[in-house]
Design a binder for this molecule. Structure first.
Ligand code: ADP
Ligand code: AMP
Length: 213
């Protein structure tokens, strides 16, 4: 089962991708998480991507495509994977498809988590991410048991720099210009599945399970 999550920043892609990964026993591959880990570790890739991320811009395709193509060829991806935050441009999708086609493979479903822009700023200003394990919460809809502390690992929760309202606006503009066209792209190849992302996270997940069964 090879899956791609589509949707605006803050639509709930990561939340759903983690549940899919846990339920179906496949890896959750988040390019945003990979970049944040590189920034934290101070790698060369981390230094390159940070300036783009801080401005709410996409990282250039050449810094992300090979990384994902290599990752999906690892052994743990044999039974499938869920890609979260990739592809984000048509050239990224084309490169992924071309790499998969070489092995006679393809993406089974592109799940589009549909949430209108009006809800996004609220979602992202309330998002809190664990500095250690990357788990995400929402201060109102999905709060941690203890304020500011990760339920999973006990580390501190923070507001991501790029979740501040001024950057969120830019990220939404970038989404509409560069990423939204992927909805048509996956519709044309018959892989697109839309889910209503405005409902409770378990109800979103139920829609996804209906698609995957
Ligand atoms: P994305 O990966 O698409 O950027 P996230 O999964 O991190 O988005 O979700 C963005 C924010 O919205 C997080 O704070 C998350 O806890 C919250 N969230 C996710 N799904 C829902 C939902 N169905 N209803 C309300 N809040 C949600
Ligand atoms: P995310 O955690 O998915 O919201 O991603 C955070 C940021 O990482 C984005 O705003 C981009 O700057 C960068 N990023 C993540 N994935 C990609 C990608 N596939 N292509 C380009 N930039 C990306």
């Amino acid at each position: 089962m090879k899956l791609v999550m589509l949707g605006a920043p803050g639509a709930g892609k990561g939340t759903q991708a983690k549940m899919i990964a846990d339920t179906y026993g496949i890896p959750h591959i988040s390019t945003g998480d990979i970049f944040r880990a590189n920034i934290k570790e101070g790698t060369e890739l981390g230094t390159k991507v940070k300036t783009y991320m801080d401005q709410g811009l996409l990282v250039p395709d050449e810094l992300v495509v090979d990384l994902v193509v290599d990752r999906v060829q690892k052994d743990d991806c044999k039974n499938g994977y869920v890609l979260d935050g990739f592809p984000r441009t048509i050239p990224q999708a084309e490169s992924l498809d071309a790499a998969l086609a070489k092995a006679g493979d393809k993406i089974d479903f592109a799940i589009n988590v549909d949430v209108p822009d009006e809800n996004i700023v609220e979602r992202m200003s309330g998002r809190r991410a664990c500095v250690s394990c990357g788990a995400t919460y929402h201060i109102v809809s999905i709060p941690p048991k203890q304020e500011g502390i990760c339920d999973r690992c006990g580390a501190k929760l923070i507001l991501r720099d790029d979740d501040k309202p001024e950057t969120v606006k830019k990220r939404l503009d970038v989404y509409h210009a560069q990423t939204q066209p992927l909805i048509d792209y996956y519709e044309k190849c018959g892989a697109l599945k839309n889910v209503d992302g405005t409902v409770d996270m378990m109800q979103v997940f139920a829609q996804i399970q209906d698609i995957l069964k």
